[in-house]
Design a protein around this ligand. Structure first.
Ligand code: RIB
Ligand code: CA
Length: 319
């Protein structure tokens, strides 16, 4: 089986970090590089976190390209649940290397151009605000033909938003970039709150992952326990919705997901509904559907796979 070539754009962030660990633990996926965006925490912090997670996995070979340091137009907003460092209470040694020199957008353009030149395509995975991708596809709209699919975490399609009643964080954090990406013609699979709220990291699931992770269970446990929202009323139980790893899980086991196609518009002008992913479920706009919206996830199977893949996938420095 030829591993699928992907580039991951992210804003670590606890759930981004788990998503990266899942990707590194999955031989079906060939991560060609990681691009980092301002989101949960400022760019310098999310870049450092990305380098640390790579090191944790023994992937000091992995190119890490910092990207846009702020959204295209609006002021930056930050995540609420990854703590001040972006990795909760996890404390890791300082990275032993610097990030790559090329800007994330240059790396993305060069990587997609190379795929086109080789008459193939690359899969894009995004786990944060879409600023980097918005710049890329505004600069080079022709690159759409070099991307087989964008699998992205973001949006709230039937669910209410998680940062405003209308908007999910990644869309609200850069609604203008999201508008560009959703209008680009890219084939998009959207994993929004409709999906991630079905995949809560309950104490039982966390305990199972920790047990499987053996000597590395403290790292995983620290990340996942910090992620618990403690909002039983809202989520109908303990734990936190594990958003970003679902992007990688979709690539590994698409059979665990159900989706429905629709046209999605991103509200980028309204004060009240800024960042809303307005979904034309019944074709009323008369515009061609552009997004496969994930509507259902087999959460138990997802967590079983996560436990299996994370087992032994992190190398504690010095051990
Ligand atoms: O709304 C959830 C998304 O916002 C996740 O990607 C999380 O990491 C934050 O970026
Ligand atoms: Ca994220």
């Amino acid at each position: 089986m030829t591993p699928r070539k992907v580039v991951i754009d992210c804003d670590p962030g606890i759930d981004d970090a788990i998503g990266l660990l899942l990707a590194f633990g999955s031989p079906e996926i060939d991560v060609r590089g990681i691009t980092v965006v301002s989101g949960n925490v400022p760019l310098g912090c999310s870049t450092r976190n990305t380098l640390q997670i790579c090191e944790l996995s023994g992937r000091v070979d992995m190119p890490v390209h910092p990207g846009c340091f702020r959204p295209l137009v609006r002021d930056p907003i930050r995540g609420l649940f990854s703590g001040s460092t972006g990795l909760g209470r996890l404390r890791l040694p300082a990275p032993s290397r610097e990030p790559a020199g090329a800007h994330a957008t240059d790396f993305l353009i060069d990587t997609i151009d190379a795929a086109i030149a080789a008459d193939t395509t690359i899969t894009l995975c995004s786990m944060g605000p879409l600023t980097n991708l918005g710049v890329v596809f505004r600069m080079r709209p022709d690159l759409v033909r070099g991307v087989d699919r964008l699998v992205m975490m973001g949006g709230a399609y039937r669910e209410p938003g998680n940062r405003t009643p209308a908007a999910e964080f990644n869309m609200l954090a850069d609604p203008h970039a999201a508008h560009i990406v959703f209008s680009s013609g890219l084939p998009i699979t959207a994993i929004g709150l409709d999906a991630s709220h079905q995949a809560l990291s309950t104490p039982e699931r966390v305990a199972r992952i920790e047990a499987a992770a053996g000597p590395f269970s403290t790292v995983i446990g620290d990340l996942l326990r910090f992620w618990d929202r403690g909002d039983v009323d809202r989520f109908d139980g303990p734990g936190g919705p594990l958003h970003d790893p679902l992007v990688i899980a979709f690539l590994l086991r698409p059979d665990l997901f159900e989706a429905r196609r629709a046209r999605v518009f991103v509200e980028h002008e309204s004060a009240l509904a800024l960042g809303q992913t307005v979904t034309d479920w019944y074709g009323q706009s008369g515009i061609e559907p552009n997004v496969d919206i994930v509507t259902k996830v087999d959460a138990d199977a997802f967590y079983s796979m996560l436990a299996e893949r994370l087992a032994g996938r992190v190398a504690i420095p010095g051990q």
